[in-house]
Ligand binder design. Structure first.
Ligand SMILES: [Zn+2]
Length: 222
């Protein structure tokens, strides 16, 4: 099976993808993490992506589609995967559909995490990420804003460049104008499940699992 997690910046796609990935042994494919990793390593892709991401702009479709083509292996197709951060434009969604057709990939669902923009901006500007394990934390809930409570790395928490306040408004606007139309595209293509993304992490995860059961992608007894 595959799951496409869809939603505005900050709605918790990464967090939920990690939970699902662990619970159902699905590969978590985060285009954001892949890009940030490439930036860190200074690869050709990283150098290209770096400037674009710093300004909160979308990385061009051809780069993103290339990443997806390279990232989804035969094994992922067999065991299942979660897409987090892709597709972000209708062209990317169309490219993904052709990819699915070519590789004969079936049995997927689009999970939409919904939330209002003001709540998300508040949430994003209060979050930090771990340089080592890519976990995301809310600074309001951390006792120690330097060290990672997940992997234990020291002084590994930082505010992502694209989470800074001046960048967020730009990202939200791009989401409304460029990414939201992907949903209308999918409404006509695939099962789409909408979930309230402002609930607790546990409740959102529970609702996603219910949606996967309803779509008959996992057994009702899980
Ligand atoms: Zn960590």
């Amino acid at each position: 099976m595959f799951v496409i997690l869809f939603g505005a910046p900050g709605v918790g796609k990464g967090t939920q993808a990690k939970i699902l990935s662990t619970k159902f042994n699905l590969r978590h494919i985060s285009t954001g993490d892949i890009l940030r990793e490439a930036v860190k390593k200074g690869t050709v892709l990283g150098i290209k992506a770096s400037e674009i991401m710093k300004s909160g702009q979308l990385v061009p479709d051809d780069i993103m589609i290339g990443i997806i083509n390279e990232s989804i292996s035969d094994r992922d197709i067999e065991t299942g995967f979660i897409l987090d951060g892709f597709p972000r434009t209708v062209s990317q969604a169309e490219a993904l559909e052709s990819f699915f057709t070519e590789r004969n990939i079936t049995g997927g669902v689009i999970i939409v995490l919904e939330a209002n923009e003001d709540a998300l901006i508040q949430r994003i500007t209060h979050r930090v990420a771990c340089k080592e394990c890519n976990s995301i934390f809310n600074t309001d809930l951390l006792n120690d804003v330097n060290n990672c409570p997940e992997c234990g790395a020291v002084k590994s928490l930082y505010q992502r460049q694209d989470d800074k306040e001046e960048i967020i408004n730009n990202r939200m606007e791009i989401f409304r104008e460029t990414t939201l139309p992907v949903l209308s595209y999918y409404n006509e293509q695939r099962p789409v499940c909408k979930i309230n993304g402002l609930q607790t992490i546990e409740k959102v995860a529970e609702d996603i699992i219910t949606a996967l059961k309803d779509a008959k992608l996992i057994p009702a007894t899980v």
